[in-house]
Design a protein around this ligand. Structure first.
Ligand code: NAP
Length: 248
C-alpha cells in the first residue's frame, strides 16, 4: 500500500485519530501536512514524523474559517508543490440535551465538523482537479451519524451531514478520478472520549461485539486503505470502524 510521491493533508492532525492518520500515511511514503488551531501541537506531530525520516509540515489553522482553509492549501502547495489526499478529520463535541443546548454549542459543532469539511474540500479540489490526476477525499464521520445518540444532536447532525457531503461530492468529482468516502469510527480511545465517566464507558464497551474500544491506529488503517490505489473503485461509501457495535 505505497503512497510514495503522494501529498496528504490531515486536518486536526495534532493528536488522536488525526495524528495516527498522519503517521500511518507518512509511513506509507506520503508527504503530510497537518493542521490544528494549536500550531505548536501541529508542528510537534510534523517534527515527530520528520524525526522518523518522513516529510511533514505543521500549520496553525481553524477549519471553521474559509480563509484558513485557503491558507492551509497554499501552505501545503508552497511546501510540497501538490496535493493528492485530503483527510477531513478535525472535529469537536459540545454535548447536551436539545432542551438545554445553547445556540453556540449547536453552531460551533456544525461550524467545525461540517462547514470545516466543506471549506477544506472546496479549497483542496481546486488544487486536486487542476493536477488532472487521481485524488482522494476522506471524511471522518462517526457511528452516531448513522445511529443517532441522545445528548449529541449537534454532533450527530454534523456527522450525518458529512455523509450527505460525501455522497454528493463523490458524484460531482467521480468523472475527474477523485474518490470521496467517509470513515465512521465507533468508540475510539482519544482525548475526545477520555473525559467520559467509567460508567458511560462500560455501557459503550458492553455494546461492542469485539469487546474493546478502538484505537486511533484502527481508524488510520482504514483511511490508509481508502487513500491507496487499491481503493480506486470505492467512492461515495461509508466505512464503519466500530468493532461491530452498529451496522447499516
Ligand atoms: P481529538 O483527540 O479531540 O482531536 C481533535 C483534533 O482536531 C485536534 O488535533 C484538534 O486540535 C483539532 N481541531 C479541533 N477543532 C479544530 C478546528 N476548528 N480547526 C482545526 N483543527 C481542529 O479528537 P479525535 O477523537 O482524534 O477525533 C478525530 C475525529 O474523529 C473527529 O472528527 C471526531 O468527531 C471523530 N470521531 C472520534 C471518535 C472517538 O471515539 N474518539 C468517534 C467517532 C468519530 P486543536 O484543538 O488544537 O484545534
Amino acid at each position: 500500500m505505497s503512497l510514495q510521491g503522494k501529498v496528504a493533508l490531515i486536518t486536526g492532525g495534532s493528536r488522536g485519530i488525526g495524528a495516527a492518520v498522519a503517521q500511518t500515511l507518512a509511513t506509507a511514503g506520503a508527504a503530510v501536512a497537518v493542521c490544528a488551531r494549536n500550531g505548536e501541537a501541529a508542528a510537534a506531530t510534523a517534527s515527530a514524523i520528520a524525526a522518523q525520516g518522513g516529510q511533514a509540515l505543521g500549520v496553525a489553522a481553524d477549519v471553521s474559517r474559509a480563509e484558513d482553509a485557503e491558507r492551509l492549501m497554499k501552505a501545503c502547495l508552497e511546501r510540497f508543490g501538490r496535493l493528492d489526499i485530503l483527510v477531513n478529520n478535525a472535529g469537536i463535541t459540545r454535548d447536551g440535551l436539545v432542551l438545554r443546548m445553547k445556540d453556540g454549542d449547536w453552531s460551533d459543532v456544525l461550524a467545525v465538523n461540517l462547514n470545516g469539511a466543506f471549506y477544506c474540500a472546496r479549497a483542496a479540489l481546486r488544487v486536486i482537479l487542476k493536477q488532472k490526476q487521481s485524488g482522494r477525499i476522506i471524511n471522518i464521520g462517526s457511528v452516531v451519524g448513522s445511529m443517532g445518540n441522545a445528548g449529541q444532536a449537534n454532533y450527530v447532525t454534523s456527522k450525518a451531514g458529512l455523509i450527505g457531503l460525501t455522497k454528493a461530492l463523490a458524484r460531482e468529482v467521480a468523472a475527474r478520478g477523485v474518490t470521496v468516502n467517509l470513515v465512521a469510527p465507533g468508540f475510539i480511545e482519544t482525548d475526545m472520549t477520555a473525559n467520559l465517566s467509567d460508567a458511560v464507558k462500560e455501557t459503550y464497551r458492553g455494546q461492542i461485539p469485539l469487546g474493546r474500544f478502538g484505537t486511533a491506529a484502527d481508524v488510520a488503517a482504514a483511511v490508509a486503505f481508502l487513500a491507496s490505489d487499491g481503493a480506486a473503485y470505492i467512492t461515495g461509501q461509508v466505512i464503519h470502524v466500530n468493532g461491530g457495535m452498529w451496522s447499516s
